[in-house]
Design a protein around this ligand. Structure first.
Ligand code: TXA
Ligand code: MG
Length: 318
């Protein structure tokens, strides 16, 4: 799978200012040379992403931070040592050299070192940090397989690297250090509990306050076309008689016969497996021409926090 020829070709395209979709352990990214503002501008065009929504810069070595940030607070360093490479993004005060289009003019830049070997080789061989959002049209579900990328953006990207299905399946956890203390901006692949076991209590951002600074936190983000309802009970279900309803279940549901289709995130109730299957399951339900998707709530511990965050945004109630 780690075809050296295709990674080399993709790296050449990045160097020349092109766009490459590549696998990470969380979701597929749509990457460009972070120091080439024109290449980065094309990411926004292809995704139809508003320019006020900043991008994450991907590095292959923590030493690359020297080019990007003014300083690294001790707690940020501890987290990087513990969770990189992996699904953790840190937001730090940026150097002037980072083009403003990458970070929407903010004084900060979001950085992560992904774990997928293809992503790491790509960054290494391109010899530049790679700015990359998830490789989906703005507001839609993140892609966790190469087919998702091809179906939605395929004809607009210069190269697509196939690294198989993403292992983690939800995006990285974002922790900001921009205001001197740590703050969770987005729950993700590294559970908050694990982060707090390294640096102590982390403030959890409230959507109202942080929305302007982190538009990835917009309500109805990660949304399919079919309406998703997260808070429902038997009564609501019965009032929808005659409608085609799908169920997104965590484990095997009690009764599945009344649903047009049921997607089970993890038969054995494993949170990691559920996260890895989440976006593909919603996408599949979205292809079935249903009137409605009902989603089961999941306990908000560990990865359950990221899963519920994505489900709330998909249903528009975040
Ligand atoms: O797992 C991931 O993080 C994936 C893979 C491809 O690395 N990337 C990803 O990127 O999810 P994207 O663009 O879909 O989401 C990035 C989020 C957005 O919500 C954005 O607002 C926030 O990061 N962000 C980026 N830079 C920021 C900054 N300087 N301050 C605050 N939030 C920032
Ligand atoms: Mg995204």
């Amino acid at each position: 799978m780690l075809d050296p020829g295709s990674i080399r070709q993709a790296a050449e395209i990045i160097k020349k200012g092109g766009l490459v979709a590549f696998p990470t352990e969380t979701v597929y990214g749509l990457g460009a040379d972070a120091f080439n503002p024109i290449a980065v501008a094309r990411i926004f065009e292809v995704k139809r992403r508003p320019y006020f929504d900043p991008l994450i810069v991907h590095v292959s070595d923590p030493a690359d931070l020297k080019k990007l940030v003014i300083k690294i607070p001790p707690d940020a360093k501890k987290l990087m040592e513990r969770f990189w490479p992996g699904p953790l993004t840190v937001v730090l005060l940026k150097k002037d050299e980072v083009p403003d289009i990458v970070n929407a003019g903010l004084p900060t830049v979001a950085i992560r070192m992904p774990k997928h070997p293809m992503a790491l080789s790509l960054i290494e061989q391109a010899h530049c940090p790679i700015a990359a959002p998830s490789a989906n049209p703005f507001g839609y579900l993140s892609p966790t397989t190469v087919e998702h990328v091809r179906n939605q953006l395929g004809d607009q990207i210069d190269y697509i690297l196939d690294g198989g299905p993403c292992e983690v399946g939800v995006e990285s956890t974002i922790i900001s250090f921009s205001e001197g203390k740590s703050k969770l901006l987005r729950p993700g692949g590294v559970p908050l509990e694990e982060i707090e076991s390294v640096i102590g209590t982390v403030e959890v951002s409230t959507a109202e306050v942080d929305r302007p600074a982190a538009p990835g936190m917009l309500p109805r983000h990660y949304a399919p076309r079919t309406p998703i309802v997260l808070e429902w009970d038997e009564k609501d279900f019965n009032s929808q008689k005659g409608k085609k309803i799908g169920l997104l279940a965590f484990q095997e549901p009690m009764s599945s016969t009344k649903f047009h289709h049921v997607e089970i995130l993890s038969k054995k109730g494993d949170m990691r497996e559920a996260a890895a299957n989440l976006f593909a399951a919603i996408r599949h339900l979205d292809t079935l021409n249903l009137d409605l998707i009902l989603a089961e709530a999941i306990p908000e511990i560990g990865l359950g926090r990221a899963i519920m965050d994505r489900l709330r945004r998909a249903s528009g109630i975040a």
